[in-house]
Design a protein around this ligand. Structure first.
Ligand SMILES: Cc1cc2nc3c(=O)[nH]c(=O)nc-3n(C[C@H](O)[C@H](O)[C@H](O)COP(=O)(O)OP(=O)(O)OC[C@H]3O[C@@H](n4cnc5c(N)ncnc54)[C@H](O)[C@@H]3O)c2cc1C
Length: 375
């Protein structure tokens, strides 16, 4: 029933706007409020804060239906499935009361500032500083590649609160920063290869003072919390990757049936059939693994290794699949008027964010007992 509701909403309110958002290079706040009113921004959030009281499977349905409509620019998953769980699980009662209800209604959008110009994969190396000054933290630093960087209202900022901590990651904390705080400065919206409607931006913190009560999850606990929460982020990417693959594949199957060469549909060539048969098989294999992973995650199993496996494998598949499908479109595949061209460009980032695919393999290898430094 929930999927049917999301489908109806996405058909009516989202799909018709995707091209316009891509052209403008940003989505609009109105759609967030509409999604909030429809209960799509917090289906897994507690009912007492206005959420749906469900679990991650509801989030996964929203992600699948948005990916199906190529609404990648919205990135509601960053807000709903990545950021809000930090507040739900580690926020104080006051933080939850202040921040969750407007976020679930789509009135305030929440993003996360981890990455810096000098550090991405090596998260323990963040240089943004938060210095205690009485009842405030004073933040200074530069962040980059921040999703929702222009539209966001509240950001979870990863900052170093103890530069002397050993190991260094024990000196990292999470601090909630409202975007209208003096010293929170939005930088450029970055020009990108894909995801044109996503407002990925630079963010600067310049003597930005926030109350000490904005500390999220306790001083020095930031890295530990990130390591826990990044699992769900990786599963989100895998869910969206498989759903995006399905859409690209379905559209390509339609195309090859219509396009003719040498007196027959290109679907009749054995190469076309074999390529699409292989890809369709891989999508089903990936879907089965991701579905099983989602259920294990909701059950509370330790899915660190499986989430990393799903993230690298499905995004790798998405990159191969969009490349093969583009090839089957011939020259039209290179034209932006055919969605496969943007599918191909959008796929490129999937193996990079939420932990690069190389980092996923480092984590898997560690779980396989292959890292002698962690034996
Ligand atoms: C569109 C977009 C949206 C994003 N949104 C956000 C956001 O909302 N918030 C946020 O904080 N960040 C965001 N990011 C940042 C993203 O998470 C980082 O780009 C990513 O973690 C990689 O970091 P990096 O770019 O610094 O690459 P680097 O860490 O410099 O990596 C460069 C290359 O080196 C490889 N490498 C690094 N370390 C190892 C290793 N140990 N072993 C093997 N290979 C290694 C990497 O795999 C990669 O191939 C976003 C990025 C993009 C492109």
């Amino acid at each position: 029933m929930f999927r049917a509701q999301v489908r109806r909403f996405a058909d009516r309110e989202i799909e018709p706007k995707v091209t316009e958002w891509n052209r403008r290079g940003i989505t609009d706040r109105e759609i967030w409020k509409r999604m909030g009113a429809e209960g799509l921004l917090g289906p897994a959030m507690p009912e007492e804060y206005g959420g749906g009281g469900g679990d991650f499977l509801y989030d996964a349905i929203v992600m699948e239906e948005l990916s199906r409509r190529r609404a990648h620019g919205l990135m509601t998953a960053v807000h709903t499935s990545i950021c809000l769980p930090y507040i739900r699980d580690f926020g104080t009662p006051e933080q939850k009361k202040r921040y969750l209800p407007p976020a679930i209604r789509g009135e305030t959008l929440v993003g996360i500032c981890m990455t810096e110009p000098g550090t991405g994969s090596d998260l323990a190396n963040v240089q943004t500083r938060a210095v205690r000054d009485g009842d405030h933290w004073i933040l200074n630093g530069a962040k980059t590649f921040i999703s929702l960087g222009q539209l966001g209202d509240l950001f979870i900022v990863v900052a170093r609160t103890d530069p002397a901590a050993k190991p260094a990651h024990r000196g990292i904390s999470l601090i909630l920063v409202e975007a209208d705080t003096p010293g929170f400065v939005r930088g450029r919206k970055l020009e990108k290869l894909g995801l044109p409607a996503q407002d990925t931006s630079e963010i600067f913190l310049q003597d930005c003072r926030v109350p000490v009560t904005n500390l999220l999850g306790g001083e020095g606990n930031g890295f530990k919390i990130l390591m826990e929460k990044l699992q769900q982020e990786r599963i989100c990417i895998a869910v969206s990757a498989i759903a995006s693959c399905r859409r690209a594949l379905d559209d390509t199957i339609d195309y090859v049936k219509q396009r003719r060469a040498f007196g027959q549909p290109i679907a009749a060539f054995q190469n076309t059939q074999f390529k699409l048969a292989e890809l369709a098989t891989q999508v089903e294999v990936g879907q089965a693994f991701v579905d099983q992973l989602c259920v294990a995650h909701v059950r509370g199993d330790d899915v660190v290794m499986e989430a990393s496996m799903a993230k690298w494998w499905t995004t790798d598949l998405q990159k191969r699949l969009t490349s093969e499908c583009l090839q089957l479109h011939g020259g039209y595949g290179f034209m932006m008027e055919y969605p496969i061209a943007l599918d191909y460009a959008d796929a490129a980032v999937q193996s990079i964010y939420a932990g690069t695919n190389e980092i996923m393999k480092v984590l898997i290898a560690r779980r396989l007992g292959l890292d002698p430094t962690r034996a």
